[in-house]
Design a protein around this ligand. Sequence first.
Ligand SMILES: Nc1ncnc2c1ncn2[C@@H]1O[C@H](COP(=O)(O)OP(=O)(O)OP(=O)(O)O)[C@@H](O)[C@H]1O
Ligand SMILES: [Mg+2]
Length: 294
Amino acid sequence: MIDIFKRLLKKESEEAVVTSDAEAEKDIEEPGTHDHQPDTEPPKEAQEKGEPEGEWVKTGIEGFDSLLERGIPRGAAILIAGGPGSGKTIFCLQTLNYAATHGEKCLYMTFEEGEEKLRKHMHDFGWNPEELEKKGLLVIKRFDPFDVTISVEAMLEKARGELSIEITPVLIPDDFKPDRVVVDSLSAIAAGFIGSERSYRIYIEQLFRYFERMGATSFLITEIGSTPSTISKSGVEEFLADGVVVLYNVRDGNIRQNTIEVLKLRGTGFEKKIVPMGIIAGQGIVVYPEQEIF
Ligand SMILES: Nc1ncnc2c1ncn2[C@@H]1O[C@H](COP(=O)(O)OP(=O)(O)OP(=O)(O)O)[C@@H](O)[C@H]1O
Ligand SMILES: [Mg+2]
């Protein structure tokens, strides 16, 4: 894994130079200071000029895209939050399958389930990952969260001295520049940083910036309790993200229902409503925007 860090994209690392720990901390933006468009209004200029083609991307998930006025802004970072088994992984596999079949280069970075298991999930829903992989449109790659921790801690430790240090937070294969990326999950990465939350915050902040510079639309999975009070582990993720989608497993008596909500999306309007969804074998996730829950 250290080797992989060495193979990180050179030009990216030049932009991510951290000279000291104090500087690294300073680099973390405070909640609300991130330079982005306001939550639901499209930028004024864009409204006047009309949107250029391809500025908005679809998830390809039936019913979900119609919750959004325009789609997801290309290059946005979207948190996919939900309780255990709520469908986060399937949501992300489905959007990558859609994007890759439409010619986008897609990368699924898994810190949890193995690559083969993910391919099997895709087959269960009628998708063909091997065909997309052969065409060079899909890469599924597993990483060990503890390798990330060790590398990041080592780099931060080095930065405590006077030596300048390069931090590039993502282990993307050199020869693959993705249009769409999934990280499954930030919670698994956070588990590797237990006891060094500050390093985790530094890592996450750099990760968001890295995807932003690369222009990749990113979907970052985060696990929350079944009845969430906060969306992310450290709180920093939801401020850095351009959008937050929450998957719930709602209970009414002895019945549970899968539901989904767009909680935040910068730069476009969206339906502010929790709507039912189904996870259907041979098909994937289907969202029912017209239906009420229960
Ligand atoms: N082949 C299938 N057919 C129908 N439903 C399925 C199938 N496979 C999984 N599911 C449903 O999807 C849910 C799991 O989805 P997924 O793995 O995306 O959840 P997750 O939120 O990523 O879970 P975790 O927190 O464990 O990572 C299961 O609880 C089940 O209800
Ligand atoms: Mg999962």
